[in-house]
Design a binder for this molecule. Structure first.
Ligand SMILES: Cc1ncc(COP(=O)(O)O)c(C=O)c1O
Length: 467
């Protein structure tokens, strides 16, 4: 009988995070200040982020020590289990061996607290008393509410209005942990009030909610802002996932042929695949030429149909310009149930690797994603988050390909969260109400055309040339 799961001991929890920056194939293009058209001076970020996170953001150190206080909190749910999807394999009659790292065992139910706890720790060390943030489906907001509660600081969350209405229990969970929560656009910021004036039923978007959370942070003393994905320091914190998974597979004498994740901003996928990337492309100690596969919704196809350029991270254009695949920062996505995957851009590190051919992207519509999620729940028992189910869709297809080719590939994926707050989405799927949603090509073209009109000088910047 094969081993069903690997559970590491608490003292095997990683002591260091991995930073991919020194191991990228070319230097990461810098963020640009749109006012000066020059690379951002990291010190300019001090108004919104604490010093140590800014240092991590630009650090060229390959390994970064995890503070003991952060490891102590991680111990509440980490190391997380690595499962073999034996019943799914049997159902599919595949020779593939499928493994998943289950991040849904954290109290908020996803990988998000891996960075929330670290970010709150560094903010508290600097005397910050309140953090603001945005949230889509509520996973990130609840992770930050949980972490601020543990460290005794205040938390204000702007939650995309469409999700606030779709997922009332996520909002309640944040309140339970002591956070203040506002549907976005809200009447708490100038930006939100402006949007509500022109459209009182504005559904909101992640880009809008980020703008509100940033405005709130910069207009109040003792308050800073916290982001749940995209930035280098966030992805660095998530590498505990991949470092543990690598150790767990080693205990089984296994190494993945393919590592799979879903991408909203890219933090859960990067957290899993970076340590394997290090083995394959930096230390070159990997026994296999592992493939890295990133999945996304057809309703928000940043990696498969977005353009690699500089764009704002938010809709009010408060952030620096980031080098990334984008659908345009004014993109308002269809209200699909994978709320955490509805961001117009992706992490700059991920986009660079995608552009250089190190990542294979795939997009799926929500109907086929829920079909895969249901199969997973009916074989493995765990109810997957809609976001993570994009990865499951690829895994099921790959396992079927292995059967056709007679190949015993080892597949590893990130089950980044559970879906117990998403049961309404499963109900909609059962009742045939889910729309497949394909984002129209004209909308992408229009949005990017607006971006070019607004920032015509971006194409003259030297940083993306040759990438
Ligand atoms: C369970 C889950 N997985 C994945 C994501 C996508 O974000 P990221 O790409 O940063 O991991 C989210 C975002 O909220 C999420 O809640």
């Amino acid at each position: 009988m094969s081993q069903r799961k690997v559970v590491l001991d608490e003292n095997e929890l990683p002591k260091r995070w991995y930073n991919i920056l020194p191991d990228l194939p070319v230097p990461l293009p810098p963020p640009i200040n749109p006012a000066t058209r020059q690379p951002v001076n990291p010190q300019d970020l001090a108004r919104i982020f604490p010093k140590e996170l800014i240092e991590q953001e630009v650090s060229q150190e390959r390994w970064i020590q995890i503070p003991e206080e952060v490891r102590n909190v991680y111990r509440l749910w980490r190391p997380t289990p690595l499962y073999r999807a034996e019943r799914l394999e049997r159902y599919l009659k595949t020779p593939a061996r499928i493994y998943y790292k289950f991040e849904g065992v954290s109290p908020p139910g996803s990988h998000k607290p891996n960075t929330a706890v670290a970010q709150v720790y560094y903010n508290v060390k600097e005397g910050v008393q309140r953090l603001t943030t945005e949230t889509g489906a509520g996973q990130w907001g609840s992770a930050l509410a949980f972490a601020t509660m543990l460290f005794g600081v205040k938390c204000t969350v702007y939650m995309v209005r469409a999700s606030y209405q779709q997922k009332p229990y996520r909002a309640l969970l944040m309140r339970l942990w002591g956070a203040e929560i506002h549907p976005s656009p809200s009447d708490r910021t100038n930006y939100g009030r402006g949007l509500l004036n022109s459209n009182p039923d504005h559904p909101g978007s992640l880009g809008v909610a980020i703008s509100e959370a940033l405005e709130d942070a910069v207009t109040h003393d003792d308050t800073k802002y916290s982001l749940g994905s995209v930035l280098n320091h966030v992805l660095i914190h998530q590498t505990v996932v991949g470092l543990e998974a690598r150790e767990q597979l080693a205990q089984l004498n296994e190494y993945p042929d393919v590592v799979v994740g879903c991408v909203g901003g890219g933090s859960s996928f990067s957290g899993l695949f970076w340590p394997f990337y290090h083995d394959v492309h930096a230390s070159k100690k990997a026994p296999k030429k592992t493939k890295f596969v990133a999945t996304e919704p057809t309703a928000c196809p940043t990696m498969t149909r977005g353009v690699y350029t500089y764009d704002f991270g938010d809709t009010a254009k408060l952030t620096p310009l980031l080098p990334m695949h984008t659908l345009g920062s004014d993109f308002i996505p269809a209200p699909i149930h994978a709320g955490g995957l509805r961001y117009h851009g992706d992490a700059p590190t991920l986009c660079l690797l995608l552009k250089k051919g190190y990542i294979e992207p795939h997009a799926y519509n929500q109907t086929e994603v829920f079909e895969a999620a249901t199969l997973f729940a009916r074989t493995e028992g765990i109810v997957p988050a809609p976001e993570s189910s994009h990865a499951i869709k690829y895994v099921v297809d790959e396992a079927i390909r292995c059967k056709k080719d007679g190949e015993e590939r080892v597949i590893l994926f990130n089950l980044s969260g559970h879906g117990y707050f998403d049961l309404q989405a499963y109900r909609d799927y059962f009742e045939g109400k889910l729309q497949p949603h394909d984002y129209p090509e004209e909308m992408i073209k229009e949005s990017l055309h607006r971006l070019q009109l607004e920032l015509p000088w971006v194409k003259e910047l030297p940083y993306l040339k040759g990438i």
